[in-house]
Design a protein around this ligand. Structure first.
Ligand SMILES: Cc1cc2nc3c(=O)[nH]c(=O)nc-3n(C[C@H](O)[C@H](O)[C@H](O)COP(=O)(O)OP(=O)(O)OC[C@H]3O[C@@H](n4cnc5c(N)ncnc54)[C@H](O)[C@@H]3O)c2cc1C
Length: 327
């Protein structure tokens, strides 16, 4: 009974990256929450060894529900199996990645059991009563709401890419508990064929260095120089929403609540004010450098290195200097 549950979403024979991210969240919160970390996996018997691998990443238990009908994801079927498991085992917390699959599943489970659900969390804390505080942008994404569920388990979906992935442990701990289901509920869904999506991978995916630009860069031509800098630093170009809407760069470069989430080792923001809607997408950056004429801009306050100055001048100077050093 109890436990910090994570939904183990499959992706091409492994688990979706967000599962490893949720494991790092659980490990970080464990000293305060003191809940057993459990990943719940559904699938056919022959995926047992893949499921067991999660024990190397901090799962103290893998609950593996087995039936041939669970070979591929179906919202209604998976939701019923999970709802029954929750009703029977009564976890304290249940987190899902805010992926298409997690967003289809979590509300069905919450709805079936009459539970609260916080969508798209980007941070967590534990309050003095030992409850999970679920943090997400709210009210037109203008404030950070801190939400504590009244129902148990406390359920939330978590934005992928915000948290680092759990590192493997030297020694795995815990056990895999295999639950062979004799029957499963019938599903109204049949898979006819699988058509891979057309969505290209974001140019920002996995970038270790991100150089991002905002309206302070003044023109599309100035913005284009970011691509030169990104190339020199083996990085990727990010942008704020207004500059995407101005047509300076395509929307796949947008960082923030309406765009991508990045967690590079180095993020440099040129002429970016640092509105919450943008910063939620770069909060996980290790080192933040901001260049802005206004020292009071929120991104300047958040930055590890804040450079007060004209980004349209500093950007070409920086490119020239890096070229000199490299040559
Ligand atoms: C529902 C909703 C969703 C949103 N989603 C997103 C999102 O996903 N991503 C996102 O980025 N935004 C998003 N926004 C918009 C967000 O609120 C901000 O308006 C936006 O991030 C600001 O972009 P900016 O920093 O480029 O522009 P501004 O806020 O106009 O800031 C420009 C900055 O440049 C500085 N500056 C001016 N001239 C110079 C110069 N020569 N050199 C250096 N600095 C200079 C200024 O001091 C200022 O700080 C969203 C808004 C809403 C309401």
């Amino acid at each position: 009974m109890g436990g910090f549950w994570i939904y183990g979403q499959w992706q091409e024979g492994d688990f979706h990256a967000v599962v490893y991210e949720l494991l790092s969240v659980a490990r970080k919160l464990q000293p305060d929450l003191k809940e057993r970390i459990v990943v719940v996996v559904l699938g056919p018997e022959d995926r047992r060894e893949e499921a067991r691998r999660l024990l190397h990443y901090g799962a103290e238990e893998v609950l593996f529900f087995v039936h041939p009908e669970l070979t591929y994801f179906r919202d209604d079927l998976y939701a019923e199996v999970l709802s029954e498991a929750v009703a029977e085992r009564k976890p304290t917390i249940f987190l899902f990645g805010a992926t298409a699959e997690g967003q289809a599943l979590a509300p069905r489970v919450a709805g079936t059991l009459g539970l609260g659900l916080t969508a798209h969390c980007i941070a967590f804390e534990v309050d003095e009563e030992g409850r999970l505080v679920q943090i997400r942008p709210s009210f037109g994404e203008n404030i950070m709401a801190r939400i504590v569920s009244r129902t148990r388990p406390q359920m939330a979906t978590v934005r992928p890419g915000v948290f680092p992935k759990a590192e493997p442990l030297a020694e795995p701990r815990g056990v895999l508990e295999e639950i062979k289901l004799a029957t499963v509920p019938s599903s109204a869904l049949r898979r006819r064929r699988v058509q891979p999506g057309r969505r290209k991978e974001s140019p920002l995916a996995g970038a270790r260095v991100v150089v991002a630009g905002g309206r302070g860069l003044q023109t599309r031509e100035n913005f284009q120089k970011l691509f030169e800098l990104a190339e020199l630093l083996s990085g990727a170009v990010g942008a704020t929403r207004p500059v995407c809407h101005l047509g300076w760069v395509s929307e796949e470069h947008m960082i923030g609540v309406s765009g991508e989430t990045v967690s590079p080792r180095l993020y440099i923001g040129f002429g970016i004010s640092g509105a919450l809607q943008h910063t939620v997408g770069m909060e996980g950056s290790e080192v933040v450098v901001a260049v802005n004429t206004d020292p009071e801009a929120p991104l300047m306050k958040r930055a590890d290195i804040a450079v007060v100055g004209d980004a349209t001048r500093i950007l070409p100077l920086l490119i020239r200097r890096i070229r000199e050093v490299k040559d």
